[in-house]
Design a protein around this ligand. Structure first.
Ligand code: ZN
Length: 656
């Protein structure tokens, strides 16, 4: 464990205790071996004036749900110390009442809710208090002889606390235990199956105690356990099976999820263990993780569907075994899966959520391996895990998601994504909650979308192996495919039929028609396993209302339309909807340069502005308008529509 303290950085905090508190909190937060995704908490005690000008001792404690890695001063809640110490003297205190009293004791009502450990921080009589869920410490304690090992590692220099429920119960336990304690002789507190506290009157000492104590546990694990570095060879990942796993999890959740397959050698080795069905089912690394990961993962077997159904049944049974009055069963589907020989899969409503699960999973499997080598992975009782999973204060940490966008958890693929309608589709789908594979022949597509939810893929849609590889890369990255927008197209130079060059004709057919047929061919096996799958073909007004001189374009787009109609017929039995858009005069695309616009407008004797609005509604059609309709077609709004051809042209009397 690396000590990241830098005097120069600390000096910039100019002895401002809260600034120093932010600094070392971030140091702790930056090491995933200490805390992950909102885990752990820190505090500092200062004297300051309250709003009435009276000198008061205040505990600045991490706000509930804040992340130490990115915390700011405003992420700490200022709470009156005397109130917190009074609360510690209660014999019992209901969780909700504790939250209410803590809020009542705050000096700033706009600050976040104080951490559930605020009372415990107040009891520890040092200015700086640091608490983490360090992997190595928890791993050692998650073994049958954990308590003995902790003694071996630390001697009598730490206070060892058996597992008790965090919050008031833990604070009360430590309050009673430490009333006569000679604090200066104690270097830290080890909470079995939970984590570690260190403390000091200055930020540096408290932080460095954490690093020192955790490093000792790391060294102990290193000398006592040897993990085979040889990794078993990964089995080939069948992408159809991956899509099937994701679909089954989505179905069991009643919502689309993104699935991240982690096939790195460590995860493959872990997933290949002979005892995987036993060790993986015992429980999480720390109880704090259970709200993200549930108590256990699903282990994928021969029959994917049956395995996931069984998981859901077992989760419901677990709920019934442990529930108390008033509790409602959380959604029962797995948050992660072990796929023997292939690695682990993390599920999430968004890529961000799935990545959090993936991070925790990677730490968990490592901890289980080490603990198994140290005598066995032995975690809390089912009852303790349940109490934590259904603890109101933990559930409150998960952001409320009442108003999720309509395409949340959906996986889309868009061709011709570097500009115009394609780019607008990527942006619209993204804004509506989907993750998107953005394909284009241009290099820039690979990094023009800064969002991690976009997979930019350079691919020539007329090169069938590139197209197939792009579809597969999409499934591998996100776990499946739900929406395909075939948009890539070209507009060949205007030529009368007798003058069209063979090459120009053939190219238009390849790009505007054949590429979509191939795209469908490669995508259909995955769309069949998608969630409310949908195909949107971007055709043209030229289909219902062709113009002279655009034969190569119009004929290809007419073919594309017919392809869509046949696809709608063939794919209906798989509930895949196929719809066709006929845009016209979308001028904010690469084809319509300012010069072209001016020349075309002039040839009609119109100003550019009038030319742009030369339709029935006298309105301008933009790429964003077309994208909004494409997104709507992929949404439940059009759940009962397939084989439709919809104009986006401001109204055209020839089309009507
Ligand atoms: Zn904790």
């Amino acid at each position: 464990m690396k000590n990241l303290w830098q005097d120069q950085q600390a000096r910039q905090c100019r002895n401002d205790p809260l600034a120093l508190r932010v600094y070392t909190s971030r140091l702790l937060g930056s090491d995933a071996g200490l805390v992950m995704h909102g885990g752990g908490n820190t505090s500092v005690k200062v004297r300051r004036s309250d709003p009435y000008g009276e000198d008061t001792e205040v505990l600045y404690v991490k706000g509930s749900g804040r992340d130490l890695a990115t915390i700011e001063k405003s992420g700490f809640a200022p709470v009156r110390m005397d109130h917190l110490l009074k609360m510690a003297r209660f014999s019992t205190l209901d969780d909700r009442e504790m939250v209410r009293l803590q809020r009542l004791a705050m000096l700033d009502s706009s600050a976040p809710n104080p951490s559930v450990e605020a009372i415990l921080h107040a009891i520890i009589p040092f200015r700086f208090v640091d608490h983490t869920h360090a992997d190595s410490v928890v791993t050692v304690t998650n073994t049958p002889d954990g308590k003995k090992y902790i003694r071996d590692i630390y001697g009598g220099k730490v206070l060892v606390i058996p597992y008790v429920m965090p919050g008031f119960i833990l604070a009360k336990y430590i309050y009673k235990l430490t009333r006569d304690l000679d604090w200066p002789k104690v270097e830290g507190i080890i909470l079995l199956n939970h984590g570690i506290f260190t403390f000091a009157d200055d930020a540096k000492t408290s932080y460095e105690s954490m690093i020192r104590l955790v490093s000792r546990a790391e060294r102990f694990l290193k000398t006592k356990t040897r993990i085979a570095s040889v990794s078993s060879s990964a089995q080939l990942v069948n992408l159809t099976d991956l899509a099937k796993i994701r679909r089954e999890v989505s179905l069991s959740r009643g919502q689309s999820v993104v699935a991240i397959l982690d096939g790195n050698p460590d995860q493959v080795r872990f997933s290949s263990r002979e005892d995987i069905r036993s060790v993986s089912q015992r429980g999480p690394l720390t109880p704090d993780h259970v709200i993200r990961t549930k108590p256990k993962p699903v282990v994928i077997g021969e029959d994917i569907t049956a395995g996931i159904k069984r998981y859901v049944q077992q989760y419901r049974k677990y709920f019934r075994r442990n529930t108390k009055k008033g509790l409602v069963c959380l959604e029962p589907s797995p948050q992660w899966a072990l796929w023997p020989g292939r690695g682990t899969i993390a599920f999430g409503r968004s890529l961000k959520d799935a990545r959090i699960v993936a991070d925790i999973t990677a730490h968990t499997t490592r901890a289980i391996e080490r603990a198994q080598a140290l005598g066995g992975w032995s975690v809390l009782s089912e009852h303790d895990i349940f109490e934590m999973e259904y603890w109101v204060l933990e559930q409150a940490k998960l952001a409320k998601k009442d108003h999720e966008p309509v395409l949340q958890g959906k996986i889309a693929l868009v061709t011709g994504a570097a500009g115009g309608i394609g780019r607008a589709c990527v942006e619209t789908f993204l804004a509506q909650g989907a993750v998107v594979a953005a394909l284009d022949i241009k290099d820039e597509v690979e990094d023009m979308f800064a969002a991690p939810d976009v997979l930019g893929l350079k691919a020539d849609v007329t090169d069938h192996s590139q197209l197939r590889a792009a579809v597969e890369a999409t499934v591998r990255r996100f776990g499946g495919l739900d929406i395909v927008v075939a948009n890539a197209g070209i507009f060949p130079p205007s030529e009368r039929l007798e003058a069209i060059q063979d090459a120009a004709w053939a190219k238009s057919m390849r790009v505007n028609l054949e590429s979509s047929q191939k795209l469908l061919k490669f995508a259909i096996p995955f769309l069949k396993l998608g969630n409310d799958p949908s195909v949107v073909l971007i055709a043209s007004k030229n289909v219902p209302a062709p113009g002279p001189g655009a034969g190569a374009y119009s004929v290809a787009k007419a073919g594309l339309t017919q392809l869509g109609r046949v696809a709608a017929l063939e794919l209906a039995e798989h509930n895949i909807r196929v719809n066709i858009l006929h845009p016209n005069a979308v001028f904010d695309t690469a084809i319509w340069t300012r010069d072209v616009l001016r020349t075309r407008a002039k040839s009609y004797g119109l100003s550019v502005a009038d030319y742009k609005r030369s339709n029935l509604l006298k309105t301008e059609v933009t790429s964003a308008d077309v994208a909004a309709l494409a997104a709507a077609l992929a949404s439940p709004l059009f759940a009962k529509t397939t084989g439709a051809q919809i104009p986006v042209d401001g109204g055209n009397e020839r089309v009507i």
